[in-house]
Design a protein around this ligand. Structure first.
Ligand SMILES: *Cc1c(COP(=O)(O)O)cnc(C)c1O
Length: 427
């Protein structure tokens, strides 16, 4: 269990240790687990109370029946409510984004669906950027509709003025409850201005109703983008991607203020969408190498992008490290992104046939959806991840039949280039 004092071991006198220095130890007390240097996997459904009074006290806190005492610790009850592997992981996740609280989930979709269900009510409007992850898109447009919540979209590369115009023209300002954005957008890498969205949320907030800004930070976070610093209220992750980082688990996370996370965690308790102890333990192991993985992958992606942009069979490249010809996007990048990350999309000369030829001939790079793992992956958005979007909408979003999306891993970049060279040769 965490205690207040070991929650603050991130300080050495005045020095605040950086997150990467704390991922191996933060929030874990070896003396409570036979001195084991790593947290055991607490593969247990329930926890034994020492005495009935403890059980009563823990439930009072868990169900919010009274406020927590100053020195009081929340005890362990049942693994749907809390579990040491999840609590330690959540405390570690908070460090990267400087968040007060985090909750981990069985998937990125569980994080998204639970958070939206916790914070939206019938009659509300949710304004969202487009394109967003297909699952989130479906949930927002089709599932929330059943609960009387209306979705209104805006293009990821729209300006703040254009977004405000949509709010005014559709006359939704009074009902607006949340702005939900995904930046950079998948697969186009279009950036949405977090701070401009936070300003819009503030503009349409009233004393009775605060408009919340939620950012899906899966593509650059938690190392290269920190939305809370730019005014966001909540961050969502598919931890399946960079946080898990080895393509061997499905998980998600949500982070934000203690007050908002109390509502999110309450909904998680009742929807049962928490992560399992085993996945929590796996993610703790992953977090130890999160920064070096993401840095190496970003470095590799820069090498690959430099090569791709010059390739005669490449028509256009969509990569955050190459925004020279787009001042609006470049300005947003400089404001909110710490690096270009490891996602690259490119348009091959030709159409679907040429894209498929390229994909079918890759040897080292695997043909699969998902991203953010140690191995490089390639896929065809128009017929795979984004195939449920109408061709007209895809065209407007800039997702062509000739687009290939790459997630660059930790391999040697020259091996990746050699693989792509021979795949291009087959086209
Ligand atoms: C994968 C992904 C999700 C969904 O996460 P799951 O873990 O697959 O449920 C949400 N948002 C983004 C940006 C993603 O890439």
């Amino acid at each position: 269990m965490l205690t207040e004092d070991n929650k603050y071991t991130q300080y050495l006198g005045d020095r605040k240790f950086r997150p990467e220095s704390l991922m191996m130890s933060y929030g874990y007390k070896p003396e409570l687990s036979q001195g084991a240097i790593k947290s055991p996997i607490f593969q247990t459904s329930t926890f034994v109370f020492e005495k009935a009074e403890d059980g009563k006290a823990f439930f009072e806190l868990a169900y919010g029946l009274r406020e927590k005492g100053e020195k009081e610790e929340m005890g362990l009850i049942y693994s749907r409510l809390n579990n040491p592997d999840l609590e330690i992981l959540e405390n570690r996740l908070c460090l990267w984004d400087d968040a007060e609280e985090a909750a981990v989930f069985a998937s990125g979709m569980a994080a998204t669906s639970t958070t939206l269900l916790a914070l939206l009510n019938p009659g509300d409007v949710i304004l969202h950027s487009e394109p967003i992850y297909g699952g989130s898109d479906y949930y927002i447009k089709n599932i929330l509709k059943k609960f009387g919540i209306t979705a209104v979209g805006f293009k990821a590369n729209a300006t703040a003025e254009e977004v405000d115009k949509i709010i005014q023209e559709k006359n939704i300002g009074g009902k607006l409850a949340m702005i939900f954005i995904e930046t950079p957008a998948n697969p186009t890498n279009h950036l949405v201005d977090i701070q401009a969205c936070a300003d819009l949320a503030k503009k349409y907030s009233t004393v009775d109703k605060k408009v919340l800004l939620t950012v899906d930070n899966t593509f650059l976070g938690p190392v290269f983008q920190h939305p809370l610093k730019h005014g966001a209220d909540l961050i969502i992750y598919s931890a399946t991607k960079f946080i898990g980082g080895h393509s061997d688990l499905i998980a998600g996370a949500c982070l934000g203020s203690a007050a908002l996370m109390k509502q999110v965690k309450g909904m998680r308790t009742f929807s049962g969408s928490m992560a399992s102890p085993w996945d929590g333990w796996m993610m703790m192991r992953s977090l130890e190498t999160l920064k070096i993985r993401m840095e190496r992958m970003a470095k590799n992606a820069a090498v690959v992008a430099d090569w791709l942009v010059k390739h005669p069979k490449v028509e256009k490249i969509h990569y955050l490290g190459m925004l020279e010809d787009n001042a609006q996007q470049k300005a947003i990048f400089e404001k909110q992104c710490l690096a270009a990350g490891s996602m690259i999309a490119f348009d091959i000369k030709g159409g679907e046939a040429e894209a498929f030829k390229f994909l079918n001939n890759l040897k080292l790079i695997k043909l699969a959806v998902s991203l953010g793992g140690t191995e490089s992956l390639a896929e065809h958005p128009a017929s795979m991840t984004h195939s449920d979007i109408t061709p007209a909408d895809r065209a407007e979003m800039g997702i062509g039949e000739n687009m290939v999306r790459l997630s660059i891993g930790v391999e040697h970049p020259e091996d990746l280039i050699a693989d792509m060279e021979q795949a291009f040769a087959a086209v």
